[in-house]
Design a protein around this ligand. Structure first.
Ligand code: PLP
Length: 394
């Protein structure tokens, strides 16, 4: 088989074999609808509660605060739209950031068209919001603050506990998109004053198309999908039983392996970053040096196009990304890289590599060696680089 080095775990992860195994019976012999009365099917109700309990306990939440959804995007949509609607009598102002995932940004834009006012906070050069700017942005009409736990492109972890404290001091709801952080960083919803939290199965070695929204008890958020009484009448539809079993199994596994796994990934990530910064000229690391996801490295290389880099890496069996998976179809540079202040031409030459528990030092050595070779080739073809070298040699 051709070499495959998968370093795009922020886009999606491999479903763990034990997760697949746990799911399989729910497609075949245990296919029943959990709402049915006969015991053959109704047993699936308990199975769902068991997995709900697992997820709640990992977050320090109560089981009846976990609502299954079809993934991170749905959870983000639900949190923003339904909270906006439910609290519209209190105010019409929402605060978020310029570096959110499009599931948040596009939902916020949708709400703006419907009369809500949205403040998009700037971030500093490391990708963190400034708490004094958050405080200044708060108005008497602010009903919701939504700030991601960790950024999917540059890996920066936001000061979530402080944000939650500020939100609660002002009686404002706090939502966090924790799709990247959940499973990689310990999260306690009480400690961080989180009212709503989005997460997704396929970012933590679970299946695609399943996620959840944590909604703190007492938050008056409206139903998102109308229909049957599933998910305490807030999200109708026959439960995705195999998906829920897969998600619960993945969450349990991620919690159990977190310490060891992230320590190993952090070490390898720093090895990768160290080699790249030392051995490749005209490059920089994007994102916060230490407050970053254990598996994330994001670089900008001058005088190259990220797309060309990705294609040449692909030729060597290496999977990376030059922005978020959702934007790589477009030619605009990533909104996150622009928000941290990179000029367009530098943002264009960016590469995100996100490790998994299976990544080895040998993989990374091969990647850095390949990168050096590819960057040499690309830069030699670049008129900008030629100009730059001529000027430098004058
Ligand atoms: C992947 C991702 C999402 C979307 O999750 P899906 O399950 O793919 O819908 C939302 N937010 C962040 C930060 C993500 O990384």
């Amino acid at each position: 088989m051709k070499k495959l080095i998968y370093l795009d775990n922020a886009a999606t992860t491999k479903t763990a074999p034990e997760v697949v195994e746990a799911m399989l019976p729910y497609f075949s012999e245990k296919f029943g609808n959990p709402s049915s009365v006969y015991s053959f099917a109704s047993g699936n109700k308990e199975v769902i509660s068991e997995h709900r309990d697992v997820i709640a306990s990992v977050l320090g939440a109560k089981s009846n605060e976990i609502y299954f959804t079809a993934g991170g995007s749905e959870s983000d949509n639900w949190a923003l739209k339904a909270a906006a609607e439910a609290y519209a009598d209190k105010g019409n102002h929402i605060i978020t950031t310029k570096i959110e995932h499009h599931a948040i940004l596009h939902t916020a834009e949708y709400l703006e068209k419907r009369g809500f006012e949205v403040t998009y906070l700037d971030v500093d050069e490391d990708g963190k919001i400034r708490l004094d700017e958050l405080k200044k942005a708060i108005r008497p009409t602010t009903i919701l603050i939504s700030v991601m736990f960790a950024n999917n492109e540059i890996g920066t972890i936001e000061p979530v506990r402080e944000i939650g404290e500020i939100a609660h001091e002002h009686g404002i709801l706090f939502h966090t998109d924790a799709v990247q952080a959940f499973g990689q960083v310990p999260i306690d919803v009480d400690e961080c004053h989180i009212d709503m939290l989005s997460a997704s199965g396929h970012k933590l070695n679970g299946p695609k198309g399943i996620g959840f929204l944590y909604i703190r008890k007492g938050v008056k958020i409206h139903s998102f999908v109308h229909g049957g009484a599933q998910e305490r009448k807030r999200r109708a539809g026959t439960e995705n039983v195999p998906g829920i079993v897969g998600l619960g199994t993945a969450v349990k596994r991620a919690a159990k392996t977190m310490e060891e796994r992230t320590e190993k990934e952090r070490g390898l990530r720093d090895y990768l970053i160290g080699r790249v910064l030392k051995e490749i000229p005209y490059c920089r690391l994007n994102g916060h040096q230490t407050d970053r996801l254990p598996n994330n490295a994001n670089f900008s290389f001058r005088f190259v196009e990220g797309e060309a880099l990705l294609i040449m890496l692909d030729g060597k069996g290496i999977c990376g990304s030059s922005g978020s998976a959702c934007t790589s179809g477009s030619l605009d540079p990533s909104h996150v890289l622009l928000a941290i202040g990179l000029p367009h031409e530098i943002a264009h030459g960016s590469l995100r590599l996100t490790l998994s528990e299976e990544t080895t030092k040998e993989d990374l050595d091969y990647v850095v060696d390949s990168l050096k070779e590819i960057l040499g080739t690309l830069r030699n073809m670049s008129p900008l680089y030629e100009d730059f070298i001529k000027k430098a040699n004058k």
